[in-house]
Design a protein around this ligand. Structure first.
Ligand code: ADP
Ligand code: F6P
Length: 321
């Protein structure tokens, strides 16, 4: 059985990463393994910045956002020298298996390490929910609920002033957060990169139609992949006569205490990762498929594609007018 493992968080942080770290450390300690917490993602691996963790190292973190191991984007890790340093430090510390919690960029790093003989198990952690092999990524539910709460507040003031709120939400190149949070907020229009749009048809005309039934305040949700919310607000004012304000929600969407769903899924995934490594199984991705925790070969996982539910937008067009 593997005796020593490492755990790291990489890429953009996500609420629930701490719950995953906790599950990894506790499950490994229960099996008598030695566990290194590696700081700042692949940077810590290259710079040998790591420490031994025990049962109490992960006390009182299940409820905390961010990551106690810190996170980073590590361009040097993509170079041969960076990779060589990382492998040397794993050998020096006796690390025989690694748990990588992050997005698909971090998964590619884990794949490269696996190719060079360090068995890795990757866990999806990103608010964007944009990993092809997974129906769900840790942090998504919390971010969606944060967006909903923020937009509810924006709606209060938009309502008081008969305004249109144009809100930009995160998601990198993917529209999952915008689409689903948009539905939860009753947005009149939702603009995401997966669905081609015409601003006049999909925003202005819809607002004008709603005005005919006496609607006087509006919420429009726009994915950051589309952007341009300030310009959109100006166009809305000019073409509908409704005063408009743009808000970019920004990093508020990445923080906060994880929801129950994120804590539970993170705990299940962290536990599963250790069970795999324990049996000498590496080069895997832990994923959620149809509410089940499963695992895939890391190379195959990186080739999988997810589709966004386009019917959700059609439905929203009918019910949020
Ligand atoms: P995320 O994991 O959230 O998608 P990034 O795309 O920024 O975030 O990736 C995090 C880190 O993973 C990068 O800084 C880099 O160290 C590593 N990484 C990303 N892409 C690759 C790749 N193609 N090959 C090897 N490592 C990669
Ligand atoms: O991947 C998570 C994410 O928050 C994306 O939604 C966003 O595009 C990006 O990270 C922002 O990155 P940074 O924290 O480097 O500004």
């Amino acid at each position: 059985m593997i005796k020593t493992i490492g755990v790291l968080t990489s890429g953009g942080d996500a609420p629930g990463m701490n719950a995953a770290i906790r599950a990894v450390v506790r499950a490994a300690c229960e099996l008598g393994m030695k566990v290194y917490g590696i700081k700042r993602g692949y940077n810590g691996l290259m710079e040998d910045d790591m420490f031994e963790m025990n049962l109490r190292s992960v006390s009182d973190i299940i409820n905390r956002g961010g990551t106690i191991l810190y996170s980073a984007r590590s361009p040097r890790f993509k170079t041969e020298e960076g990779m060589a340093d990382a492998i040397e430090n794993c050998k020096k510390r006796g690390i025989e298996g690694l748990v990588v919690i992050g997005g698909d960029g971090s998964f590619r790093g884990a794949r490269d390490l696996s190719l060079r003989g360090i068995p890795c198990v990757a866990i999806p952690g990103t608010i964007d929910n944009d990993i092809g092999c997974c129906d769900y990524t840790i942090g998504y539910d919390t971010a969606m609920n944060t967006i909903m709460q923020m937009v509810d507040r924006i709606r209060d003031t938009a309502e008081s002033h008969d305004r249109c709120a144009v809100v930009e939400v995160m998601g990198r190149g993917a529209g999952y957060l915008a689409l689903n949070a948009g539905v939860a907020c009753g947005a009149t229009s939702i603009l995401i990169p997966e669905i081609p749009y015409e601003f006049d048809r999909d925003v202005i005309e819809r607002m004008k139609r709603a005005q005919k039934s006496d609607k006087v305040h509006f919420v429009i949700v726009v994915s950051e992949a589309i952007g341009g919310v300030e310009e959109m607000a100006k166009r809305i004012e000019a073409e509908t006569g409704v005063e408009a304000r743009a808000t970019i929600l920004g990093h508020v969407q990445r923080g906060g205490s994880p929801t129950a769903k994120d804590r539970i899924v993170a705990s299940q995934m962290g536990f599963r990762a250790v069970q795999l490594l324990k049996d000498g199984v590496g080069n895997r991705v832990v994923a959620m498929r149809r509410e089940n925790i499963v695992d895939y070969d890391i190379f195959e996982a990186l080739l999988m594609k997810n589709t966004i539910d386009l019917d959700m937008n059609k439905m929203n067009c009918d019910i949020s007018i």
